[in-house]
Each structure stands twice: as C-alpha cells, then as structure tokens.
Write a protein that binds this ligand. Structure first.
Ligand code: ATP
Length: 339
C-alpha cells in the first residue's frame, strides 16, 4: 500500500442511533450503535474493522455505503459528502462502492441463475451497456473469481458455501468498483475454505486496483489481509494502527483482550494473554457505562476511567488510542508476564 496515496474515503464525526420500542408504556429507548467515528481510508488500502458481535461493525459498513442513513456526520467520498447526495446522484455512485455479505447463499436470489445474479447490478448501474457486452463482462468476472463460465446457467443452491461466496464477489466486482466493503466474508465458511477466499480477495485487490474495508469479529482473519486495523468497542473507535502494531504491540486493553483469542506459540506470552482475556458480557449500547465504556471489563481500570471519556489520541505516527492509561498498561503488564 502506498502511504502517500490520497484518501478515497473519510468518515467524520459519524453517529448512528436506533429507536427501540420497549412495549412498556410504548416508551422508545435510544440505542447508540456508533458515535464519534473518525477515520480515513487511502486508495489501495485494506482497512480491517474488528470488534465483538454488536460493537457496530455492520452498521458502520452500511452507513458508509448509504444503505442506512447516519444521524450525524459525513461520509466523504473523494471529498464529496455521500450523506448529502440526492438519491439519483447516489445511485450513480453505487457502481463505485460495493459490498460482500457474510452469508453467501442467503444473499443470492435462489430463483436467478448465476449469470443473472452477477449481471443484475449492471442493468441498473450501467444501463448504457448492451446485453452482449454485459454477458461478456459476466464471463470475464466469473473467470477472475475462479468460477467456470459453463456454470453461468446454474442456480445458487447447486453451489457450496465457498463457491457461493465467489458468486457474491463476482456480483460486487461486475460494476468495477473502487471500494468493496467485505462484511464478515468468510465467517460462514469452513475453515479450509476461508484461506482460499481470503487469498482470492487479495489477488482481486491487486488485479482490479481495489480498496477494501474488511469487517470481522476475528482478529486472526483480518491479520493477513489488512494494512491498518480499526478496533471498535460499543460503537466507538478504541484503537487504530497498522496490522503489525496491533499484533506486535497492542496498546488498548480491549485490543489486548481481543488478541487473547488468537493462538500464539510463545508460552510466556500465551500466559500473559490468558490473564488479560475478556471477562463478562459486552454492556448494552442502550445504557453504556460512563467515562470509558470498556472500563467495566478492563483489568487496568481505575476510578478516573468512570469519570472521563478517553479521547482518541495520536500516540505516535498516525497511531490512535483511546485510553487514559495506555502508558501505565505498558508497565503494569510486565510483572504479570512472570507471575
Ligand atoms: N435495525 C436495527 N434496529 C435496532 N438496533 C439495531 C439495528 N441494527 C443494529 N442494531 C444494534 O446496533 C448495535 C450494533 O449492531 P451491528 O450489527 O452493527 O454490530 P456488529 O458488530 O456488526 O455485530 P455482528 O457481528 O453480530 O453483526 C447492536 O446493539 C445491534 O443490536
């Protein structure tokens, strides 16, 4: 990835809430799914987004693509705010921004053939193309994702999960997008197939000059594909750093805890990680803890963590951490390693 490449996407002060009907006197509660989200994605970069289930990953992906409207904030695409774009203008932009979903079979229309599924986005997004040209593109893109052209008239149920995901990828690629949001693209697949799909995405990224946003709850999955990784907790960014920094020297206690799930060969480090592993359940986003929302599960928390919301601070060279104790965490963890 070229570190001097321009920003393709910039997210500024994004906020998304959902109204939840309780049934109790028809009261509506507010669930804050995302808040104070700021980051950018450079052209050609793969940005990983990680966090536990419910931390807001999919909501963020959908807000970026304008599949749902954020309450506040900007989604700047090459400087243009997509949240303010009239529907017709956004429709034209859709060819540039595509998505791949977690459950490949559920996301494919069972009554359409593979060829029709892959071709479908072209009909609305590239109406100037003639039928023969559309078909030629479908065949080209099928070959790129490793599907045989003779499969073009088959139906989704005839395919395995891995092949179905190749169809999903082909459908995303057909409009020649600049950015693809991959929302847990391998979580529903057998472990043996996951690596094939991850390798395919890396190859396609180079072949098509793509920029990727790669969403996963699993840090070991994003590790191999991401240039930088953004860690979300209860709808807020808690750490943003390069893949090497996150894996080699995680700063935020939440990132450290997430890493406990990633197997490592060094027994001393493995013991340290076990000590720091995640305790308890993620709190409700309807009523999040005061101050640092991670403090209720953080073994480094002190009283002040309940009083102040930690700002997302640059601690070195573009590396961002939201923890008032990140420096102490560094020293406090050392004796534990020998415990
Ligand atoms: N349409 C909706 N209405 C109400 N609440 C929602 C809606 N969509 C998401 N949420 C809530 O917003 C929060 C973030 O959800 P989101 O699906 O973005 O998380 P996630 O990190 O992608 O989790 P998962 O990996 O389980 O999909 C959750 O508390 C979820 O229950």
């Amino acid at each position: 990835m070229n570190k001097m490449a321009p920003n393709l996407l910039e997210i500024r002060d994004l906020k998304k809430t959902f109204g939840i009907a309780t049934g109790l006197f028809s009261r509506e509660l507010t669930l804050t799914a995302l808040q104070d989200i700021n980051f950018s994605v450079r052209q050609g970069e793969t940005l990983g987004i990680v966090g536990e289930s419910g931390c807001g990953k999919s909501t963020l992906g959908r807000c970026i693509l304008q599949l749902i409207a954020p309450d506040e904030g900007q989604v700047l695409w090459l400087g243009q705010d997509l949240t303010r774009l009239p529907a017709e203008e956004m429709r034209k932009r859709r060819a540039d921004l595509q998505i791949i979903f977690q459950d490949p079979l559920a996301s494919l229309n069972p009554r359409m053939t593979v060829g029709e599924i892959i071709e479908d986005p072209l009909k609305t997004l590239r109406p100037e193309l003639k039928r023969a040209e559309r078909r030629a593109r479908v065949v080209r893109v099928m070959e790129s994702v490793g599907l045989l052209p003779e499969m073009i008239n088959r139906y989704p149920h005839e395919f395995s999960g891995g092949q179905a995901q190749r169809i999903g990828i082909a459908r995303a690629l057909i409009t020649e997008p600049k950015l693809i949001v991959c929302d847990e693209p391998v979580s529903a697949l057998d472990v043996s197939i996951q690596a094939q799909i991850l390798n395919l995405l890396s190859e396609l990224k180079d072949e098509y000059g793509l920029t990727l946003i790669f969403i996963s709850h699993n840090l070991s999955v994003v590790r191999h594909v991401s240039d930088r990784i953004l860690v979300l907790y209860l709808g807020r960014v808690v750490e943003l750093a390069t893949g090497d920094e996150i894996y080699g020297d995680p700063k935020h206690p939440y990132t450290r805890a997430l890493l406990t799930a990633v197997p490592i060969p060094d027994p001393k480090l493995a013991r340290q990680r076990q000590i720091e592993s995640l305790q308890g359940e993620i709190p409700s986003p309807i009523n999040p803890p005061s101050g640092c929302t991670f403090r209720t599960r953080c073994r480094f928390a002190i009283e002040r963590c309940a009083e102040v919301r930690p700002p997302l601070e640059e601690i070195e060279n573009g590396r961002l951490v939201a923890c008032i104790r990140w420096k102490e965490v560094e020293t406090e963890r050392a004796p534990l390693a020998q415990a």
